[in-house]
Design a protein around this ligand. Structure first.
Ligand code: F6P
Length: 366
């Protein structure tokens, strides 16, 4: 019976527990044994109690849980080869040679490096007498399958990452609440949302709440944007609005790549428009709470696909990333998706903003 390790890594996101549940249950359905790797890569490196066989009933109720119930961590030792050597040993001792990892681009890149090094690590374990040839013989290659869990929706080659829609839901609820108090006092609010270097959460929140102005990293405002923003906000007030809502992505920048800070926007609104203005940073409330229906569905369908991808894997197929494209669950080459994701950041750094937007969707570029 094939043993499949499942782990979550990097920042948690809503739906990660649902993804683990789906991998565990589908493993049983396909005649495999699922193992939970607790605390992300820390669990691989430390082994012992952090690698546990999971039973069907262990994941009962996980569909609607927020965060990740098997824990996650940012693990420094796995970034170094000695840490990965210990991780390889722990996996072989536990009889595991397939990992389904739910995380962001950094976590998934680490996994692919581990896979590429695998045979060298196994040789080293044998040559240093830590394991015997016989112990290692069944574990000739490591299978890695990536699930993208992140509220940021910043991974190329997939339309949605697990957690992004729950986070968007939370942001919309928060902005709706803010709207009521803004209306009462006829105030302006500058709302900062997460997303790291990606503006998806901010842009979609702006659309979904009817915000007056949105700042995102991929489309920095032109110099003099302060005048333009004031013109737009003043016009909205002139036609009778009692509220002003400005959504700022935490990674928002100007065309010189300088951060646009919520307090700076607040000062402009207060000083130039005489608006009573407050700043609200939504912070980690955006990552908490129960997953919305879409993330439950996405995590479940992708977890099922991930187990199937493990069973289909050969030493020659590149590690797949399970995505969703035009409402269909997809398998894409993991490292190609990571490469495209990184080239978005590079395009922004080199001020090629149009390219940055297109790169997240390779079909759009072609
Ligand atoms: O990547 C998810 C995310 O929530 C980002 O939106 C945010 O910038 C970051 O993680 C916060 O990280 P931490 O929880 O480590 O402060």
């Amino acid at each position: 019976r094939k043993r499949i390790g499942v782990m979550t890594s990097g920042g948690d996101s809503q739906g990660m527990s649902a993804a683990v549940r789906a991998v565990v249950r589908m493993s049983y359905i396909r005649g495999c044994e699922p193992y939970g790797i607790y605390e992300g890569y820390e669990g691989l490196v430390q082994g012992g109690d952090l690698i546990k066989k999971m039973q069907w009933q262990d994941v009962r109720g996980w569909l609607s849980e927020g965060g990740t119930l098997i824990g996650t961590a940012r693990c420094a030792s796995f970034r170094e080869r000695p840490g990965r050597l210990t991780a390889a040993k722990n996996l072989i001792l536990a009889g595991i040679d397939a990992l389904v990892i739910c995380g962001g681009d950094g976590s998934l890149t680490g996994a692919d490096i581990f896979r590429a090094e695998w045979s060298g690590l196994v040789q080293e374990l044998i040559s240093t007498g830590q394991l015997t040839e016989e112990q290692c013989a069944p574990y000739r290659f490591l299978t890695i399958v990536g699930l993208v869990g992140s509220i940021d929706n910043d991974m190329a080659s997939t339309d949605a990452t697990i957690g992004a829609y729950s986070s968007l839901t939370r942001i919309c609820e928060a902005v709706d609440s803010i709207f009521a108090t803004a209306y009462s006092h006829s105030r302006a609010f500058v709302v900062e949302v997460m997303g790291r270097h990606c503006g998806w959460l901010a842009l979609m929140a702006g659309l979904s709440t009817g915000a007056d102005f949105v700042f995102i990293p991929e489309h920095p405002p032109q110099p003099g944007w302060e005048d333009n923003m004031c013109k737009v906000l003043a016009k909205h007030r002139q036609i009778g609005k009692r509220t002003t809502i400005i959504i700022v992505a935490e990674g928002a920048i100007d065309t010189n790549l300088q951060p646009i800070k919520p307090n700076y926007i607040k000062d402009i609104c207060s000083q130039r428009l005489n608006l009573d203005t407050r700043v609200t940073t939504l912070g980690h409330t955006q990552r908490g709470g129960v997953p919305c229906f879409f993330d439950r569905m996405l995590a479940t369908l992708q977890g099922v696909e991930a187990v199937q991808a493990v069973l289909d894997a050969t030493p020659d197929t590149p590690s797949p990333m399970i995505g969703i494209n035009e409402n269909r669950i997809s398998r894409k080459p993991l490292m190609e998706a990571v490469r495209l994701t990184h080239s978005v950041a590079k395009a922004i750094e080199s001020k090629d903003f149009d390219k940055a937007i297109g790169l997240r969707d390779p079909e759009f570029v072609e």
